[in-house]
Design a protein around this ligand. Structure first.
Ligand code: NAP
Length: 257
């Protein structure tokens, strides 16, 4: 019997895991996306799009779909769905794996100001006018309205609603970006500060900022929901997730389920 796997996605790691699972008859996997981007990158796996209606809805979805395991491969800043995944895994009795890319850490030459949230990031820009590249998606722009004297450029996959940060210039683009792309963007637009979330993973903008001596305002990861009573294995990449899934598939076939 194949192991039935539900993946909560929206990340490159989820796509990498989907590539590893598709065509492997030991697994029947489904990808779940929130539906935030207009043209999401789809994997070869069957995909469902949209919220479940909270932890209850996710637990019901897993029971009805007879899923054996749940993989939370969502973005480190997507804390609501991760909290729901923990609760739902407990409610439905479905083992949960967390797939989380490691956070970035400051290295030699990096000029980072680490802040706890987006409001603090806006404050960290200071009172002197800066040219600021915001690579934080389009949902978290509101706090920067409190510092309207800066010159903002927003880079996001889809354009934000025009009234969210009306003074900003918008660049719509989807990564991954090369070091040459990032260097050109930062230099040609005369950026003096880059604001980013500590998403982790492969990313050239930090190297470009380091090279050009540009300050990075780094928004730290929110504290991951990880209640002690909800045991969860964490892995850092798709290979680690595949190994965990293989062990579960073997266990299930030994038990004849
Ligand atoms: P969030 O605040 O943690 O979740 C809000 C709600 O969206 C959840 O309660 C859930 O609705 C629904 N949802 C989120 N991810 C889902 C998924 N994979 N499948 C089905 N429903 C999902 O999430 P967010 O920060 O808005 O991020 C949304 C998605 O974008 C995530 O899947 C994440 O992986 C991806 N993403 C987020 C960021 C970021 O910076 N936050 C960056 C890149 C990609 P219900 O309660 O109704 O089930």
């Amino acid at each position: 019997m194949s192991l039935r796997v539900l993946i909560l996605g929206g990340t490159t790691e989820a796509l990498a895991l989907a590539r590893a699972l598709s065509g492997d008859t030991r697994f029947v996997a489904c990808m779940s996306l929130a539906g935030r981007t207009r043209t999401p990158v789809l994997s070869a796996l069957p995909t469902r799009i949209g919220g479940f209606g909270g932890a209850d809805g996710l637990a019901r979805f897993m029971r009805e779909g007879r899923y054996d395991v749940l993989v939370d491969a969502t973005h480190p800043f997507a804390t609501r769905i991760s909290g729901n995944a923990m609760l739902a895994s407990h409610m439905a009795g479905v083992p949960l794996l967390g797939l989380r890319r490691p956070a970035w850490t400051q290295g030699p030459g990096d000029q980072w100001i680490t802040v706890p949230d987006m409001a603090a990031a806006a404050q960290a820009l200071g009172t002197v006018r800066q040219t600021v590249l915001l690579t934080i998606g389009r949902q978290d722009l509101h706090p920067f309205r409190a510092a309207p004297w800066h010159d903002y450029v927003v880079r996001s996959v889809d354009a934000p609603p025009p009234d969210l940060l009306p003074m900003a210039r918008i660049i719509t683009a989807r990564g991954p970006f090369t070091l040459a792309d990032e260097r050109a963007l930062l230099r040609d637009l005369g950026m003096t500060i880059l604001v980013t979330k500590n998403s982790g993973g492969h990313d050239a903008k930090l190297a470009a900022a380091r090279e050009l001596g540009i300050t990075v305002v780094m928004v730290a990861r929110p504290v991951a929901p990880h209640p002690d009573d909800a045991p969860m294995t964490l892995v850092a990449d798709a290979a680690g997730a595949l190994a965990w899934l293989q062990a579960h598939a073997q266990g299930a076939s030994r038990r004849g389920v």
